[in-house]
Design a protein around this ligand. Structure first.
Ligand SMILES: *Cc1c(COP(=O)(O)O)cnc(C)c1O
Length: 412
């Protein structure tokens, strides 16, 4: 972190900071990476709400536009506040470069546009965010990219699905939404690399505070910053992280096609990253407590949380993750009616599709987040009518439990 103001107009990164931050630890990087103080001496990260940037002369402008000089041009692809967020998230994921996007879906779309062309093939786990499934299934197919959906945890299905020379991308989420299935990321990445395939991991549920997929062999990490990176349910954003060469291709898509992050949202996410590890640990602690309690409740038929020893992905999650995250799903008695009555008897838990908020939220996946899936696809993804998903927030866990107990006790 440079203590002296940087007076060079429009200039990009300083080597000094890059060198220093290599030796720093997660919590320091989360607070300090990316901010180069301006001549105003501000302590907090400034928000650069400007669409374009100005030059000293016509020749200077030409130098920036021709890439002879590296610097700010236009906020669709170069904005100092967005760059701070990109540098900070890259540091936290252990990646060389990050490109920020307008939303999580923007990040997935940019990845697809960067690395796929007509005739290519993608293997994607069935248990991914519903809109991700739709993007591959509907829009990528429309442009001639084929996709095969496989079981996240069954490596042999990934292997069988590979079409040598055609398959370019493996895409997965681990742990998955909503059933908390865990992929063996090292095994998946070595299978991918045997066939010259890129492995992209949506790290939304763990965040780099709990899991760093690049260190397990993934090529690209995808984020919906909308969730835990913000952590307070305020803004939409996304990001792709990886090595500089791959990210240059993603950057080119953002620059040309335009799903860029707003500088204001980047500032919100910068603030979110500062407390990310503390929040993820608190979410994980409460989620484990809630999962243990739910397991003993007579109205609960099954609990899905990789922190439980009974969960089939527990051992793997323990190896790959620092904690088990904040999402707990469970099946209650009474199918849809039972699930809806538990939701409707809560008093403060928010009934909403979002997750990763400081506030606890509750969702009935079968009729909301996964409502558009066919019955067959729902069955394959384990989305039954009695399933509820809770994103455990930072309220007192005793109060969260009491709010759920009201409906559950009646079903028991
Ligand atoms: C929400 C979500 C997305 C999409 O992110 P948006 O910011 O809503 O576009 C992608 N992946 C996962 C796992 C998500 O939860």
């Amino acid at each position: 972190m440079s203590q002296t103001p940087d007076f060079e107009p429009n200039s990009f990164s300083t080597a000094k900071q890059d060198q220093e931050s290599q030796n720093q630890h997660f919590d320091t990087l989360a607070l300090r990476t990316g901010h180069r103080r301006t001549h105003e001496g501000e302590h907090g990260e400034p928000i650069f709400l400007t669409s374009s940037f100005v030059y000293q002369s016509a020749a200077d402008a030409a130098a920036y536009f021709s890439n002879e000089k590296q610097g700010n041009i236009y906020s669709r692809f170069t904005n100092p506040t967005v760059r701070m967020f990109e540098e900070r998230l890259a540091a936290l994921e252990g990646g060389e470069r990050c490109v920020a996007t307008s939303s999580g879906m923007g990040a997935i779309l940019a990845t697809a546009l960067a690395f796929l062309k007509a005739g290519d093939h993608v293997v994607c786990s069935r248990a991914v965010f519903g809109t991700t499934t739709a993007m591959f299934d509907k829009y990528m197919r429309k442009f001639g990219v084929d996709v095969t959906f496989v079981d996240l945890t069954d490596l042999s299905q990934w292997q069988t699905a590979v079409q040598p020379g055609k398959t370019r991308l493996f895409f997965c989420e681990s742990p998955s939404n909503p059933l908390s299935e865990v992929a063996d990321l090292k095994a998946l990445s070595s299978l991918a690399h045997q066939h010259d395939i890129l492995l992209a991991v949506d790290n939304c549920f763990c965040t780099p505070a709990l899991q760093q997929p690049l260190k397990l062999g993934a090529d690209l990490v995808i984020h919906s910053a909308t969730k835990y990176l913000d952590g307070q349910g305020r803004a939409l954003g996304g990001a792709v992280v990886g090595n500089a060469k791959l990210l240059e291709d993603v950057f080119a898509v953002i620059r040309t096609c335009g799903p860029s992050m707003s500088p204001f949202n980047a500032w919100i996410f910068l603030k979110g990253l500062e407390t990310l590890r503390l929040r993820m640990e608190a979410h994980s602690r409460s989620a484990l407590q809630l999962a243990n309690w739910l397991q003993t409740h007579p109205a609960v038929e099954k609990v899905f949380y990789s922190g439980l020893e009974s969960h089939p992905g527990h051992a793997l999650a323990k190896q790959q993750q620092r904690a088990f995250g904040g999402i707990v799903s469970f099946i209650v008695k009474g199918k849809r009616a039972g699930a809806w009555s538990v939701i409707d008897q809560t008093q403060f838990i928010s009934i909403t599709g979002n997750l990763g908020d400081a506030k606890t939220t509750i969702t009935h996946p079968a009729t909301t987040t996964h409502g558009k899936l066919s019955d067959e696809a729902k069955a394959a993804a384990g989305i039954v009518e009695g399933l509820l998903r809770v994103s455990v927030g930072l309220e007192d866990i005793a109060d969260i439990q009491a709010d759920l107990a009201r409906g559950l006790d009646q079903l028991a």
